[in-house]
Design a protein around this ligand. Structure first.
Ligand code: DGY
Length: 328
């Protein structure tokens, strides 16, 4: 039997849009067709046999996987975040890693703002109230929420998504604070943002919205001390990564009432176990990590991931590469 000279590629899930059909025309393609991620042993076995991997944020690409995959030449993640990948280990083996920045910025910011509004105005609670048949009359004190207009929003991180959220918040007349390692004077002038230190952001914000990648410096950025330093009744929005928040401290802050509520597209762990205390709290609005989930954006992410992979397999720098130092 003639052996194909096309590079072999394993994709850990079906992807929306036509990107995989395009990929199939150029490589020898295997796609994991199940709805749940491939079990670790399947991922390890597949990685041993292929030159290219397209992964999702649920797939761990670590030293152990790389050590058992001598032929691997490219890893492409269908996400802007890449905390599931040991990038240093890939770099030391000269394996380029691609991600999908930019295309999901506005879609994710839309959803962050939807969560902020939904939490502030108790949209999910109101829907459940009506469906349960509790609506008997107009009541002056029914389902009172928090005003967004005129409130102070503290943005943790002012990258592309944080900035896109700031633009939306400005339209709602919010006062805007941010913490970021880099001052952003042009954005401050354009959007009326004020750069503050962490303590000031926590003390003055009515809403805190997280927009940082997960890394050693941001893991548990919000813990017991930080929740205690927040304004009583403040609301938290997390569309970044679950472990940016210490889950035990979050549960305590909600249970004590010091934190007014939380809207979480991301949690630690994912998915949340069904006995999680968060599921019992009416002031917690939950979503299953879908901030970038529009038809158009998920199609663009898949397409970008394919472009990154094909470039790396051809020995070129992927258009969006998180270890560009491999291509001096
Ligand atoms: C990402 O891209 O990192 C998101 O979490 C999924 O879109």
């Amino acid at each position: 039997m003639e052996r194909s000279t096309r590079p072999r590629v394993f994709v850990t899930r079906q992807l929306p849009g036509d990107a995989l059909a395009r990929l199939a025309g150029q490589v020898s393609l295997r796609v994991w067709e199940e709805p749940l991620p491939p079990p670790r042993e399947v991922l390890l076995t597949q990685a041993q046999e292929v030159e290219g991997l397209i992964t999702l944020l649920t797939d761990r690409v670590d030293e152990a996987l790389l050590a058992s995959a001598p032929g691997l030449r490219a890893v492409s993640n269908v996400a802007v975040g890449y905390d599931n990948i040991d990038v240093a280990a890939c770099t030391s083996r000269r394996i380029p890693v691609g991600n999908t920045p930019g295309v999901l910025t506005e879609t994710t910011a839309d959803f962050a703002f939807a969560l902020l509004m939904g939490l502030a105005r108790r949209v999910a609670e109101a829907d459940a109230y009506v469906r349960a048949g509790h609506w008997k009359t107009w009541e002056p004190g029914l389902l009172l929420g928090t005003d967004v207009y005129g409130a102070t929003l503290g943005l943790v991180g002012l990258g592309a998504i944080g900035t896109a959220v700031a633009r939306r918040a400005r339209g709602f007349g919010m006062r805007l604070l941010y913490v970021s390692r880099q001052p952003r004077p042009a954005l401050e002038a354009e959007l009326g943002l004020t750069r503050v230190d962490k303590a000031t952001l926590l003390a003055e914000s009515d809403f805190v919205s997280l927009h940082v990648p997960l890394n050693a410096g941001t893991r548990h950025w919000l813990g017991r001390a930080e929740f205690a330093a927040m304004k009583r009744g403040a609301l938290l929005v997390n569309t970044a990564r679950g472990p940016v928040v210490d889950p035990a401290a979050l549960a305590e802050a909600l249970a004590s009432g010091h934190l007014g509520g939380a809207a979480l597209d991301v949690t630690d762990p994912e998915p949340l176990p069904l006995d999680s205390p968060l599921l019992k709290l009416p002031n917690v609005l939950l979503a299953p990590h879908i901030a970038s989930a529009s038809h158009a954006t998920r199609g663009r992410m898949a397409s970008m991931a394919v472009d990154n992979l094909l470039a790396a397999l051809a020995g070129h720098k992927p258009p969006h590469c998180v270890n560009p130092e491999l291509f001096p």
